[in-house]
Design a protein. Structure first.
Length: 208
């Protein structure tokens, strides 16, 4: 089940209520919830069909916290003289996170996010507008949305700019961005794992 719709926020900014926490925190949340809340029933194949309990977006504070833990752990291990473990920490954590992002579509139902399946648009027409996508390093939803935007761009011909906000706090304040991914067209925006249909509707409704 997907949730939310575009809402207008002052001054005329649309937000899709559709959050991403660290891998360890997500596992703890999933394990702490009763099974009847985590499941929607049994599929024919016998696997659990998980409900969506969390918004499909990454709050930036959690992404920053992950980086603080990563860098702080490296500094601590190096300061204690355990250089072997520090080197292992430097290699293993980024690799684990890369695998997490890579396999996220398969993992998301088991982490409380629900499925991140795409939905095709009902109609597509060329539209010459500027589309800006704001993303952050480590966000598992951002590659999904970017891939959908790139595919749409081939058919609609809009201009697409991808902006990494990981180290740009001034931009976050100026744009009031608290979670990623964000797709902005004019004064309207979608926040979260928007489907191709939602993206096409947002872009098609913008003034060229």
């Amino acid at each position: 089940m997907r949730q939310g719709a575009i809402e207008m926020l002052p001054p005329g900014i649309g937000v899709r209520n559709n959050q991403c926490v660290g891998l360890t925190a997500l596992a703890a949340v999933a394990l702490s919830l009763p099974r009847d809340r985590m499941t929607h029933g049994l599929e024919q194949e016998g696997t659990w069909n998980m409900k969506q309990l969390l918004p499909q977006q990454c709050p930036l504070p959690f992404l920053y916290l992950s980086w603080v833990v990563y860098i702080g752990g490296t500094v601590f291990l190096a300061a204690t003289g355990d250089f072997a473990l520090a080197g292992l920490w430097l290699i293993v954590l980024p690799t684990a996170w890369w695998l997490y992002v890579r396999w996220f579509p398969d993992l998301s139902p088991h982490l409380g996010y629900g499925r991140v399946d795409d939905e095709a648009p009902t109609a597509i027409a060329p539209h010459q507008v500027r589309v800006t996508m704001y993303s952050s390093l480590g966000c598992p939803f951002c590659p999904l949305v970017e891939e959908r935007l790139r595919a749409l761009q081939q058919e609609m011909g809009f201009e697409l700019e991808r902006v990494d906000v990981t180290l740009r706090p001034e931009l976050l304040r100026a744009k009031s961005i608290r979670s990623v991914p964000v797709v902005e067209v004019g004064e309207r925006r979608l926040v979260g794992a928007a489907t191709t249909r939602e993206l096409a509707e947002l872009i098609g409704a913008a003034r060229g």
